[in-house]
Write a protein that binds this ligand. Structure first.
Ligand SMILES: [Zn+2]
Length: 373
């Protein structure tokens, strides 16, 4: 991870770079700030910079052995501690038990959220950092360093320490060991034990502004400017939430395209093409089919309302509205109720395990009859 991979935060990056350049690396550092501000990635860039053997212009080189190990999440003197689900049967619960999932999680991009991590663990129980992990950290800290003078423990979300975890780690934080550095990353520093918190040197990462979110989305993520501005407003400076919104709107675009092709083919009574359309949709899997039927039902309602010409009642994206300008007259009081029912029933049938292929085609045929009424 390079500092440049994380957008903005120039001042905060410089503080981290200066710590390393001036030989003032704190024994225990806390990077704190709101979720979706890039803190975990900044911590990773900072630690890689610390370990890099040929730093260039405030960035890790990306090519030395230390950098290569960091980029494959395998740096020998770096240990990751993060919340996990307690294992059954009294077995010790360590972060390393979930390290391959955590590497996948880190690989998903610069911005990550605890919610996403919790969902990757695929369990209902809350993830915590258990006391066995504190024992593991002490064991790691006790070994002589392999390659560099700085062994680093990156602790993601110390606010999720089990009570005994914090007490056990307190000694390591209180009595610095020259060879071990601790870097904590927190969304909620109020949740950290005060005796721990008071011993941490702190760097505050600010929330991104709306302008920063929208300019990054439209620049780096090639989101259209209007959409980027809307997403920036909705996500309140949380870049991770903004990316989630963008990916949902991507799904929306696919559904709109599917809806448009259904309506065009149905209007033209292209039965053979509709069979192919039904097969394509069914091939996406049950969940996607149900998602589409629910979307179609909403679009029919929106188009009916659109004809009433009161934009305050409508809730459509620009792309949906563009289509609705011409399409909405086809949805009227003669067919709107039945059309929506067709999709609602179809959604229930697919959820109830009726063959998606049959339901999709059957729905398409009903749309032909209702659309030309
Ligand atoms: Zn390097």
């Amino acid at each position: 991870m390079r500092f440049a991979d994380i957008p903005f935060h120039a001042k905060e990056k410089q503080r981290l770079i200066d710590m390393v350049d001036n030989g003032m690396v704190p024994h225990a550092l806390l990077i704190q700030g709101p979720e979706g501000a890039g803190k975990l990635s900044l911590a990773r860039a900072y630690v890689q910079y610390l370990h890099c053997t040929s730093r260039v212009n405030g960035e890790p080189c990306g090519q030395c052995p230390a950098c290569l190990q960091h980029e494959s999440f395998n740096h020998i003197d770096t240990h990751f501690t993060f919340p996990v689900i307690k294992r059954e049967g009294g077995r010790p619960t360590l972060s390393d038990d979930y390290i391959s999932e955590f590497r996948d999680f880190l690989s998903t991009g610069v911005f990550s959220s605890f919610e996403r991590w919790q969902s990757m663990l695929k369990q209902e129980k809350q993830a915590l950092i258990y006391v066995d992990e504190a024992t593991e950290v002490l064991r790691f800290a006790g070994f002589t360093s392999h390659a560099s003078q700085n062994k680093v423990v990156i602790i993601w979300l110390p606010e999720r320490f089990h009570e005994s975890t914090a007490n056990k780690l307190l000694k390591l934080i209180e009595e610095p060991n020259d060879n071990v550095k601790i870097v904590m990353v927190s969304n909620n520093p109020q949740g950290i034990l005060p005796t721990v918190y008071s011993r941490l040197q702190r760097v505050e990462i600010p929330r991104y502004t709306e302008e920063e979110v929208s300019s990054w989305l439209s620049g780096r993520q090639s989101v259209e400017e209007d959409a980027a501005r809307a997403v920036a407003r909705l996500s309140a400076g949380n870049m991770s939430a903004a990316l989630d919104l963008v990916s949902t709107s991507g799904e929306n675009d696919t559904r709109l395209a599917t809806f448009i092709s259904l309506m065009r083919l149905a209007y033209l009574r292209k039965v053979i093409d509709l069979r192919a359309w039904a097969n394509d949709l069914a091939a996406l899997g049950r969940e996607q089919v149900i998602g589409f039927f629910n979307y179609a039902s909403r679009m029919l309602r929106e188009n009916y309302i659109y004809a009433l010409m009161d934009p305050r009642l409508n809730c459509m994206t620009d792309k949906e509205e563009t289509f609705s300008r011409n399409f909405s007259p086809y949805v009227n009081e003669r067919n709107v109720e039945e059309l929506m029912q067709v999709f609602d029933h179809a959604s229930r049938d697919v959820a109830g395990n009726v063959s998606a292929k049959i339901v999709c085609f059957d729905t398409a045929v009903k749309v032909i009859l209702l659309l030309t009424r």
